[in-house]
Design a protein around this ligand. Structure first.
Ligand code: ARG
Length: 462
């Protein structure tokens, strides 16, 4: 029979026992549960609700249980509904009466959400560390490839030349924003609900701030009904994980594309590729594909939790037991994806020549030729049209803008002078984009300083 079975005369069926249990998932929270129970016991002792002897017995008993769990010797029993029941039952079996006093002034409703908040805080920190690793890898790759140029795309068509470092740093910025989202999810989890009891608080003279402080929380929740049913902090974590997975999926997609023989922009390291069981020549970017695919389940975890919380009346409802599995999965998946992407970025080979070869296709200098005319006083719309004619001419001849003669240019506009032919190489075009945030190398150097400053600040914040 369960620890709450006093008013029951029959056991639940084997099926409902299994259906109602959360132990297979929440046993991952054993350390948080034990820390929460130790803090609660010490506070009960400090307030004279239980004796100091009981406190010592409880703390020692909980330490023994933790050691047994960590040694793989704890007999998890499927008949226990959850980790809280498992541990409390084992404690009572070990130390008797004192163990049976632990749950004074506490409910599993405030206990479970305390454990979950502790867990979420730690996972946010783990994820922030993994996020920093990935940003470092992107910065390193950007520095190593500072002079590599490739076509920048819009609509997947060649648009204007950009430096690879600029392209890679775009992702560093996305992941820097994700760091902030994780940081704010951590802050959302950082309030202690213990003392809210089942839903209404308790008659015992608890010192909620003492427990909160011992557990490292920044504060205590202000409304017991909200406290036992609030899972916004898990939504925040799942949302932060989802956005970051979306960013990872965008990068993964580019790596998949770039490793095709059509692009050949990068060669993925063997360590991040797999072969085919039938086609001996194959080298597939499986892990980039997997990162792209895993974003789906993480977004699914977020949506599942949103829908679980929708329309839930106050206060605790058993629906809330469904909160942990998805959030735990989202955090683990994101952490693995960060680790995998960090490895892929730091081991991939950049094929600068293949990138450079594409820069020469697609009239990437067209905007600059139009700007040349506009800077000489021609309205930009007119300049745009003239360059359109030049592109048509190139199309017919099968050449690039840089292959046209001064006479070809002059046939379209008198404003063209000899200097036009010397300005159309990709590096000059890219370097001329010196606006803040632009692709010119001087602008990238400023941007790099900002990226590294943010990295340093984020690192110091942990
Ligand atoms: N296993 C439950 C959960 O994960 C713990 C809280 C249960 N409380 C209750 N009164 N049934 O949410």
């Amino acid at each position: 029979m369960a620890l709450w079975s006093g008013r029951f005369t029959e056991d639940v069926s084997e099926f409902t026992q299994r259906f109602g249990a959360s132990l297979p998932v929440d046993k991952q929270l054993y350390a948080q549960d034990i820390a929460g129970s130790k803090a609660h016991a010490r506070m009960l002792g400090a307030r004279g609700v239980i004796s100091q002897d009981d406190v010592s017995a409880i703390v020692a008993g909980l330490d023994r249980i933790q050691a047994r769990i960590e040694a793989g010797e704890f007999p998890f029993d499927i008949n226990d509904e959850d980790i809280h029941m498992s541990i409390e039952k084992a404690l009572i079996a070990d130390i008797g009466e004192a163990g049976a006093r632990l749950h004074t002034g506490r409910s599993r409703n405030d206990q479970v959400v305390t454990d979950t908040r502790l867990f979420a805080k730690q996972r946010c920190i783990d994820l922030m560390h993994a996020n920093l690793e990935l940003r470092h890898a992107l910065v390193d790759a950007a520095k190593q490839n500072a002079d590599v140029i490739l076509p920048g795309y819009t609509h997947m068509q060649h648009a204007q030349p950009v430096f690879l470092s600029h392209h890679l740093l775009a992702y560093a910025h996305m992941f820097a924003r994700d760091f902030k989202r994780l940081e704010s999810a951590r802050a959302a989890a950082d309030v202690c609900p213990l003392g809210s009891a089942a839903l209404a608080g308790t008659t015992y003279p608890l010192d909620r701030r003492m427990t909160a402080e011992e557990l490292g929380f920044g504060g205590v929740t202000a409304n017991s009904l909200d406290a036992v049913s609030d899972r916004d902090f898990l939504l925040d974590l799942s949302y932060a994980a989802s956005v970051s997975c979306i960013h990872l999926s965008r990068l993964a997609e580019e790596l998949v594309l770039w490793s095709t023989s059509e692009f050949g922009f990068i060669t993925m390291s063997d360590a991040y590729s797999t072969g085919s069981s039938i086609m001996p020549q194959k080298k597939n970017p499986d892990f980039a594909e997997l990162i792209r695919g895993k974003s789906g389940r993480v977004v699914g975890d977020l949506v599942a939790l949103l829908v679980t919380l929708k329309s839930l009346p106050l206060a605790y409802n058993k629906d809330l037991q469904e909160d942990k599995e998805g959030a735990i999965d989202a955090a683990r998946t994101l952490e693995d994806c960060y680790t995998c992407m960090t490895g892929m970025i730091s081991t991939m080979r950049v094929n600068a020549d293949a990138m450079r070869a594409q820069v020469n296709k697609g009239y990437l200098a067209a905007t600059d030729v139009a700007d040349y005319l506009a800077k000489k006083g021609l309205p930009f719309r007119r300049a745009h049209e003239i360059v359109g004619h030049l592109v048509l001419l190139c199309d017919r001849r099968g050449c690039g803008l840089e292959d046209l003669s001064l006479d070809d240019f002059k046939a379209e506009s008198d404003l063209f002078e000899a200097d036009i032919t010397g300005q159309l190489d990709a590096e000059s075009i890219a370097d001329a984009r010196t606006t803040e945030g632009g692709t010119g190398r001087s602008a990238i150097a400023q941007q790099m300083a900002l990226v590294e400053k943010a990295l340093g600040e984020d690192e110091a914040s942990l």
